[in-house]
Write a protein that binds this ligand. Structure first.
Ligand code: SF4
Length: 204
């Protein structure tokens, strides 16, 4: 598989925030978000044999929770299926931009779908990753982003209890500055606020 890195940390965002997890970061992405905080996944990745990936994950034997992320991991769904086969009892979550149809539904416990709106600099695309295992996480850079997010939620009839809004920012100061209006909006709409806990804690 095309791999970028494997590391052990806590999940900093979304439904499983705070949970220890082994992060398997796949390489390559089909989008080019201007504020992407993992641009290093766009190039310089390695083709790594499945056996070596499994061996690396097993080093963290205290943890049975995988976060498969990227880049865009749904470009390599055969690799996701292979990881499920290798770790049948693990909790496996996938972080995706939602642009890809799902072929690995049974292999995954949770899809965190982060649709990228125009603040990312990408052209609009179809939200294809939609099923009952999905939650939807939107990155909010400012109040001006909220109307467009509302349009996407309405267009795809995304349920309020599956929506997470998260401030954009790669520093503690940026997250804290950008969060209060999002909390207020979540309270009005019944959405869930997510911080970026790993950034606040200075973790990877
Ligand atoms: S979809 Fe994610 S990994 Fe891809 S460019 Fe955007 S932020 Fe980066």
């Amino acid at each position: 598989m095309i791999l970028n890195e494997i590391f052990y940390s806590i999940q900093g965002e979304g439904l499983n925030i705070g949970k220890p997890a082994v992060f398997v970061r796949f390489g390559n992405c089909n989008l080019k978000c201007r504020w992407c905080d993992t641009k290093y996944t766009w190039r310089g990745n390695k083709e790594v044999a499945l056996g070596n990936v499994i061996k690396e994950i097993r080093k963290y034997k205290q943890c049975k929770h995988l976060v498969i992320t990227g880049g865009e991991p749904m470009l390599q769904q055969k690799a996701i299926l292979a990881l499920r086969k290798a770790f049948p009892k693990y909790y496996i979550e996938v972080e995706t931009n939602g642009s890809q149809p799902v072929c690995c539904f049974d292999a995954v416990d949770l899809f965190t779908v982060s649709y990228k709106t125009s603040n990312s600099g990408n052209a609009p695309y179809e939200l294809k990753t939609r099923n009952e295992k999905c939650v939807y996480k939107f990155v909010v850079g400012g109040k001006a982003d909220l109307p467009e997010i509302a349009v996407v939620i309405k267009k795809y009839k995304l349920p309020a209890n599956k929506i997470f809004l998260m401030p954009r920012g790669v520093t503690r100061a940026a997250i804290l500055k950008n969060q209060n209006f999002i909390v207020d909006y979540c309270k009005i709409k019944g959405y869930t606020f997510s911080t970026r806990l790993h950034i606040l804690l200075g973790l990877k």
